[in-house]
Design a protein around this ligand. Structure first.
Ligand code: GLU
Ligand code: ZN
Length: 308
């Protein structure tokens, strides 16, 4: 059993990140498997080295250790080899559509706009995919993916229709998440992918890419999220609103571990504990299903509550 935690260092480490990391780590340790850390730092327009360093600090502070650390920006050759393979199979095409072209069309399961595969018949130029300065998309099979994850969440889709063919390389040259995640999970021999439910709409697309690349499909599990009240009272996935520096100033690592374990329903009381102490009794059957709302202030510290 090999699992991974794959955060994007695009902002402050926050309680939602730490909860996700804890769940991945406990699942792997309980199974006697390997727990890998992969920093998904490909989007040069959004990542910062300081946030990668903070992520490493924050995970260690919480008491998590990793069998391997992979930095995704170092995996360029493998990502390019996958594009070569897909191009050779006739599966890559340049997409000249803009974001505005898609807006107002059909909603995709992730809340964005579906892509109507408008450019599918456009050939690659003589210079191949490297000569393309538009988005590159993969022509997926039009078939349906039937998949219920290990937690019972049905993530079945017809990705080519529901989402549309995915972008694999952006016009600015950045390798897209959907390709990198599939290539890197396969290369690391990942057997179990545990991640937040916000990513569940992408799973079927990733399965289709695995089939095109001829790599195995791992087990999947999508867990509950920590939410926050964003502007206008709407609940959204927790982001950078609880800076890690403040969290660390207010809580000890084992105190936060206890708070997160309690929030997840893994323990009856929010008593300080180390991740190691949670391994023996860890069980997905205990982990809650419903999302929670997190707030923070210096007086009360981190408070995690049911949605009212
Ligand atoms: N890097 C992605 C994120 O932080 C998660 C990737 C994954 O777990 O598949 O949202
Ligand atoms: Zn297009």
């Amino acid at each position: 059993m090999r699992s991974r935690f794959a955060p994007s260092p695009t902002g402050e480490a926050h309680p939602g990140t730490l909860l996700a990391a804890l769940l991945v780590w406990l699942d792997a340790r309980k199974a006697g498997g390997a727990a890998l850390l992969r920093l998904e730092d490909l989007d040069t327009t959004r990542v910062k080295a300081a946030w990668s360093e903070q992520m490493l600090d924050a995970l260690a502070w919480l008491g998590l250790d990793w069998d391997e650390t992979i930095v995704q920006s170092g995996r360029k050759a493998a990502h390019e080899a996958a594009l070569d393979q897909l191009a050779a199979a006739g599966r890559l095409y340049p997409c000249t559509c803009s974001r505005a072209d898609r807006a107002g069309g059909r909603r995709a399961p992730d809340g964005g706009w579906a892509y109507e595969n408008t450019c599918r018949d456009k050939p690659l130029p003589a210079g191949g995919w490297r000569a393309v300065d538009d988005n590159l998309r993969a022509h997926l099979d039009d078939s349906r993916v039937e998949l219920v994850d290990d937690g019972g969440l049905d993530v079945s889709q017809t990705p080519a229709h529901d989402m549309g063919d995915p972008i694999l390389r952006r016009r600015d040259g950045v390798i897209a998440y959907q390709l990198a995640v599939v290539v890197d999970d396969a290369a690391a021999g990942i057997t179990h992918v545990v991640r937040g439910r916000d990513i569940a709409p992408s799973t079927a697309t990733q399965v289709m890419l695995q089939r095109l690349l001829g790599v195995p499909t791992p087990h999947y599990r999508h867990h509950f999220l920590l939410l926050e009240h964003s502007k206008g009272e709407k609940l959204a996935k927790l982001h950078g609103s609880i800076p890690f520096g403040e969290l660390r100033a207010r809580h000890a690592g084992d105190e936060l571990c206890g708070l997160l374990a309690h929030a997840a329903d893994l323990v009856d009381e929010a008593r300080p504990c180390t991740p190691r102490e949670l391994v023996a009794t860890f069980d997905w059957a205990r982990v809650r299903n419903d999302d929670l709302v997190a707030t923070f202030d210096r007086e009360r510290g981190l408070v995690v509550q049911r949605q009212s």
